[in-house]
Design a protein around this ligand. Structure first.
Ligand code: SAH
Length: 242
């Protein structure tokens, strides 16, 4: 069904995702309407499919960006802090910023979206993509959005704790260090390359397909993990050797 949501304009694409129920929340819809995918996808920007962005990476399909926001929405309030790992094109980073930064990016809040990718060329690309809109330029100049080159498997301790963590590439385990960086309460959306055999340390063994896991850190610090649906993401890996 997702593939039938493509449009000839950004608003047509988002309206189609909304009509078919792939986007349910009005705040998610508004945040996605507020970012022109053509600033982030080099071709077929309004097609509901992943597109290559170079360096072996893809901009995920719009319905996957929608799902990620839907799952995280209660933790994406104006003022929230967010970590976007494997930020690639920077598209989702911008949508997440629209959800947490509110109308004035100069307002007094702790709100920030930290985006990490391990390929420096993609970090530069994502920043250039964000500079294509006035709002994107403001987010960057006010430090509300920060793009970082690094290994996302380590998270980014300096900005923790995060109300929401989004992982845009398939991990080999539910990295405990990322769970540590979640606020209590907080939620992580993470694709994991495994069947879901949990080890005593909370990591997952390699096995079958790739699934989205929702990891909730409750107010009392307890952690609840749920495997929600099967997906196909590029892997969260070591940085490719040149
Ligand atoms: N959300 C992005 C998805 C990009 S594809 C988008 O829709 O545009 C996944 C990204 O994860 C790639 O850009 C890849 O470079 C990055 N990645 C893979 N392993 C990583 C790691 N260990 N640390 C940080 N980024 C990683």
């Amino acid at each position: 069904m997702a593939w039938y949501c493509s449009g000839s304009t950004n608003s047509e694409l988002i309206e189609n995702l909304s009509k078919t129920g792939l986007i349910k929340n009005e705040r998610v819809k508004k945040a996605m309407l507020g970012v022109d995918r053509a600033h982030y996808a080099p071709s077929r920007a309004y097609s509901d499919s992943p597109q290559p962005i170079g360096h072996g990476a893809t901009i995920s399909a719009p319905h996957m960006h929608g799902h990620a926001c839907e799952y995280l929405i209660n933790f994406l309030q104006p003022g929230s802090r967010v970590l976007d790992i494997g930020s690639g094109s920077g598209y989702l980073t911008h949508v997440l910023a629209n959800l947490v930064i509110g109308p004035s990016s100069t307002s007094q809040c702790n709100c920030q979206v930290i985006a990490i990718d391990h390929i420096p060329e993609l970090v530069e690309l994502s920043q250039n993509n964000m500079r294509k809109s006035k709002q994107g330029r403001e987010y960057l100049s006010h430090g509300r959005v920060k793009f970082i080159t690094g290994d996302g498997r380590l998270g980014w301790k300096e900005g923790a704790p995060y109300d929401a963590i989004h992982v845009g590439a398939a991990a080999e385990q539910l990295h405990p260090i990322l769970i540590e960086q979640l606020r209590a309460p907080g939620r992580m959306f993470i694709p994991v390359n495994a069947e879901g055999n949990e080890t005593a340390t909370g990591s997952l063994r390699l096995g079958g397909g790739q699934y989205i896991w929702i990891v909730d850190k409750k107010e009392d610090g307890s952690v609840h993990k749920e495997k929600v649906f099967q997906v196909s993401y590029v892997p969260l890996t070591d940085r490719p050797k040149k």
